[in-house]
Design a protein around this ligand. Structure first.
Ligand SMILES: Nc1ncnc2c1ncn2[C@@H]1O[C@H](COP(=O)(O)OP(=O)(O)OP(=O)(O)O)[C@@H](O)[C@H]1O
Length: 599
């Protein structure tokens, strides 16, 4: 329950006075409802459906009502009491309408507030957090689990309404007969105690709903991401089997949960019949309650008892949503712990004056096998120079880049920008000054123009074409049916790998960054386009700092500095020509492999 209490506090902070106003509204509605029921008997007495009017004169408050009605001339008495009844019902209905809308406003507003809060928390988390999390789990949290939390909050609100209604009806019932009310309450309490085991069951099924829907989301995301592999390797049947089995388990779990709920409702229904029978017997035989009085009490309890059973059903439903509350709380806690010291937007960009320096950096991945992905990294990258990183697969090149652009925090050592350690004071500004083109470039399902404008909304048409010229994409974009406004499909699927890389590169330079980082950003290009990009990069030389990882060593011939990495360490460092002359070094070996002389 503590997981739910956190949300109740949030709800109170979010809705504040409105929540209490709503509660007062509920009390008034409930009072009106009870009163309208209460005056039904004298009304029936007036129109002669029930025996003498004197018999209900002994009921609390009714004597006053009777006196008030008697003050009215005889001919109008029935009209007055009927008008009073209609006015009461109208008032109650109007209030009920207002309260229902208000309830929904609070609920929807709170749901939007929660959604935003979770999304913001995820966005504020650092890169290392995303490395250890599965994307499908975020989708799962933001859709299914959040929907269950909203359902839980709705249940709490409607249970509060039910409790208020029930409470007021109990007060009225007490006024009529405290012995019978106590009898019903004791019965209800006994049944609630007996039903505790059903609550444990509800919690178990709720936890299973969370687990299964998480597996469902994970599996679906993985399958659709890998649909090409699945189809090309004829793995459809295998995936269908998985889907069928999970689907069956989800179905069984929901049916079992419904069975549990139906069983408690069954108990409540049977208990209601037994109760009413015992009740009428007691009233009539033991307490000798008058007929009209008994009718009123039965009427009240017939309305009260379903509230007990619906409270129990709501409670079970609420308990089944607790695992979702818990999961979202846990996610928020993790996001908070992984929060990076960088403002989401708006940081001033910087120009690097002296350069970037790594001092004795070391890094290990969380959840890895404990070996260092990087160690003993000492490096100077002068401002506006070009540095190339080469090395075998798994040598640590991408990890070093992630540290250099402030996405990962080194475990040991320091990263200095113009002599100042990278930290809360300069991280946001530094990150805003870096453009990064990853190995697997990402484009949104939008037009080329929209994709580019995302990074620089105020870019002019000329800026866009200049960037496209730089990345050797202007020609092919011009030939597209809608030019810059061509839709490029999910993740840019309608473009070739090389075209995607070139658009992402254009987007990266459009920002006019202080540091341009290319992580094998030209791997999918043909020789002609790569040569074109190499020329463009050469033209940029001296105006910004460029860091490239390149497997094709021809691209980095003009680099001011080349570092060669192996097992997370820098094993060679120097100019391109200098390293190629060190015949025993790894770099000349790599060169030899690429030129074919080592084959
Ligand atoms: N998220 C991760 N969790 C655990 N270990 C990781 C993770 N990412 C990389 N590693 C490990 O860190 C080491 C360096 O990886 P890195 O991706 O930096 O190499 P790389 O030189 O860029 O390789 P490639 O050229 O294949 O991209 C590897 O041993 C790799 O297994």
């Amino acid at each position: 329950m503590p997981h739910v209490i956190i949300y109740l506090k949030k709800l109170q902070a979010f809705a504040g006075a409105k929540l209490y106003l709503n509660l007062v509204g509920m009390v008034v509605i409930s009072l009106l409802e009870s009163v309208s029921l209460y005056i039904l008997i004298p009304m029936l007495g007036f129109i002669g459906l029930l025996s003498a009017a004197s018999s209900y004169g002994s009921m609390p408050f009714i004597a006053d009502l009777e006196r008030a009605v008697k003050a009215v001339p005889d001919n109008y008495q029935l009209t007055v009491i009927l008008a009073f009844y209609v006015a009461l019902i109208m008032g109650q209905a109007l209030l009920q309408r207002f309260q229902t809308v208000q309830n929904m406003r609070i609920q929807q507003g709170f749901s939007g507030y929660l959604r935003l809060e979770i999304y913001q928390a995820i966005m504020r988390a650092g890169w290392s957090f995303f490395l250890r999390k599965r994307k499908a789990d975020f989708n799962h949290m933001m859709t299914q689990e959040l929907a269950r939390v909203n359902q839980g909050v709705y249940l709490i609100l409607s249970m509060t309404t039910s409790l208020v209604f029930t409470g007021i009806q109990i007060v009225f019932a007490f006024a009529l007969s405290y012995q019978l009310t106590l009898f019903v309450l004791a019965f209800g309490l006994g049944l609630a105690l007996f039903s505790r085991k059903f609550l444990r069951g509800a919690k178990k099924y709720g936890a299973r709903i969370s687990e299964l829907s998480q597996s469902y989301m994970r599996g679906l995301t993985e399958h659709f991401n890998g649909i090409k592999d699945i189809k090309s390797n004829r793995l459809e049947a295998q995936h269908l089997d998985w889907f069928r089995s999970l689907s069956d388990r989800m179905e069984t779990n929901m049916v079992q949960f419904t069975k549990l709920q139906a069983t408690t409702q069954l108990f409540y229904k049977i208990a209601a019949a037994v109760l009413i029978a015992g009740f009428v017997f007691l009233s009539y035989r033991v307490f000798q309650v008058q007929g009209e009085y008994l009718l009123l009490i039965v009427l009240i309890f017939m309305r009260l008892w379903p509230r007990f059973s619906s409270l129990q059903a709501n409670w079970e439903q609420l308990v089944s949503t607790i695992p979702a509350f818990k999961a979202i709380n846990e996610l928020m806690r993790e996001c908070e712990a992984a929060r990076e010291d960088v403002a989401a937007a708006g940081a001033e960009r910087i120009r690097i004056q002296d350069g970037i320096e790594c001092r004795n950096l070391a890094f290990r991945y969380e959840g890895g096998d404990g070996t260092y992905a990087l160690s003993g990294i000492n490096l100077q990258i002068p401002a506006n120079s070009m540095m190339a990183i080469v090395g075998k697969s798994g040598a640590g090149k991408s990890t070093l880049i992630d540290i250099l652009i402030g996405m990962l925090k080194p475990e040991q050592g320091e990263l200095l920008i113009d002599g100042k350690p990278l930290g809360p004071g300069n991280l946001a500004a530094f990150r805003s000054s870096v453009s990064y083109v990853p190995q697997d470039p990402f484009l949104f399902h939008a037009s080329i123009r929209e994709n580019m404008l995302q990074v620089k909304p105020d870019a002019t048409e000329a800026d866009l074409w200049e960037a496209l010229e730089f990345s050797a994409s202007a020609d092919f974009v011009r030939k597209l049916p809608q030019g810059l406004d061509t839709l490029i499909g999910d993740r840019g699927i309608r473009l070739s790998g090389g075209e995607r890389q070139r658009i992402v590169l254009a987007r990266a330079v459009l920002r006019k960054p202080a540091v341009l980082v290319l992580d094998e950003a030209t791997s999918a290009l043909d020789n002609e386009n790569e040569a074109h990009i190499k020329e463009s990069l050469d033209r940029l030389k001296g105006s910004l700092t460029v860091i490239v990882i390149a497997h094709r060593l021809s691209t980095i011939r003009n680099a001011d500095q080349v570092i060669v990495m192996e097992n997370g360490r820098i094993i060679q460092q120097g100019g391109y020509n200098q390293l190629s002359k060190e015949t025993k070094g790894t770099f000349s070996q790599l060169l030899a492999y690429q030129s074919g002389s080592a084959l």
